[in-house]
Design a protein around this ligand. Structure first.
Ligand code: C2E
Ligand code: MG
Ligand code: MG
Ligand code: MG
Length: 285
């Protein structure tokens, strides 16, 4: 009953996020304390390489484990974090925690895969980002080649020249860069060749109806061809069933992420998943 009441309050607070006002302020204060009270947690979703069938990366996805309301999705609190500036300390926590966990799995002997971390605009455009990433890698001991940062088109288009500089510095450290939700933002194809990125992640909205909608197939084909011509890899996001998997395979996507292979997993469940896939992942780079 308490949970139900909590849920209603939460739904109400959520409805007010756009409206602004008092409820939103409450949620923001709650979020500030969530960090101090250790209520934030990471889930991890495998990205599977279609050539080798091996896990190539795990994407870290944040959740808020609220004492009364249960697990809250990032879509419901990341916007508040971004607006309030809390995204900076939260983003630091995500990056550090993701690197620590990946290092733990590597130390435990699991075949090394990359950890992918989402960045918000508020983090990407801060002048100390590169230094911060370096420090966290040094402190956690994770090799830079095992870190992948996910940015979006709009983040780089905001200030193209600054973005290119930052991306170059990140590449110099030796980390990988992906463009998330590709196809939904507004990006200039002309600039794509100048961005030092490694991977395009085709947005889930194109994959969702790829087995029914010829224009989604056409877009997936076009993005894949473009990416390969520019020497980039392509991941299809949100692959939920075998049909979608077949279509993206047919159009030469390099990797997939989605419920078909696995939902985002808790820390403990990642270990089970890695154990089950031990055969498949062994020998991964
Ligand atoms: P994203 O980075 O595009 O992450 C993929 C989202 O798609 C995740 O939602 C994941 O659970 C969901 N997903 C994956 N496969 C499937 C599928 O087959 N079907 C369906 N229906 N959904 C699938 P999630 O975890 O709710 O995250 C939503 C967004 O929140 C992320 O989208 C990302 O933009 C943001 N986010 C998550 N964690 C962080 C974080 O640590 N920092 C920042 N700045 N943003 C984050
Ligand atoms: Mg992402
Ligand atoms: Mg995203
Ligand atoms: Mg995405």
């Amino acid at each position: 009953r308490a949970k139900k009441k909590g849920r209603n309050q939460y739904e109400k607070a959520k409805a007010d996020v756009n409206a602004g006002g008092f409820e939103k302020l409450l949620l923001e204060n709650n979020l500030r304390r969530a960090l101090e009270r250790d209520e934030l947690t990471l889930y991890f979703q495998p990205q599977v390489d279609l050539k080798t069938n091996q896990i190539k990366s795990l994407e870290a996805l944040i959740r808020w484990n609220h004492p009364d309301l249960g697990l809250i999705s990032p879509g419901d609190f990341i916007p508040i974090a971004e607006e309030s500036g809390l995204i900076v300390p939260i983003g630091d926590w995500v990056l550090r925690t993701a690197c620590i966990k990946m290092k733990e799995w590597q130390n435990a002997g699991y075949p090394p895969v990359r950890i992918a971390v989402n960045l918000s605009a508020g983090q990407f455009l801060k002048s100390d980002l590169v230094k911060k990433v370096k420090t966290i890698l040094e402190e956690t001991g994770l090799a830079p080649s095992y870190l992948e940062l996910e940015i979006t088109e709009n983040m780089v288009m905001h200030d193209v020249h600054l973005a290119i500089q930052v991306l170059r510095q990140l590449k110099e450290i030796g980390i990988q860069i992906s463009i998330d939700d590709f196809g939904t933002g507004y990006s200039s194809l002309n600039y794509l060749k100048e961005f030092p990125v490694d991977t395009l992640k085709i947005d889930r909205s194109f994959i969702r109806d790829i087995d029914k909608n010829p224009s989604s197939v056409a877009l997936t084909k076009a993005i894949t061809t473009l990416a390969h011509d520019l020497n980039l890899k392509v991941i299809a996001e949100g692959v939920e069933n075998f049909k979608q998997l077949s279509v993206v395979k047919q159009h030469s996507c390099d990797a997939v992420q989605g419920f078909y292979f696995s939902r985002p997993l808790s820390y403990e469940n990642v270990v089970h998943y890695l154990n089950d896939h031990d055969q498949k992942v062994s020998g991964n780079d």
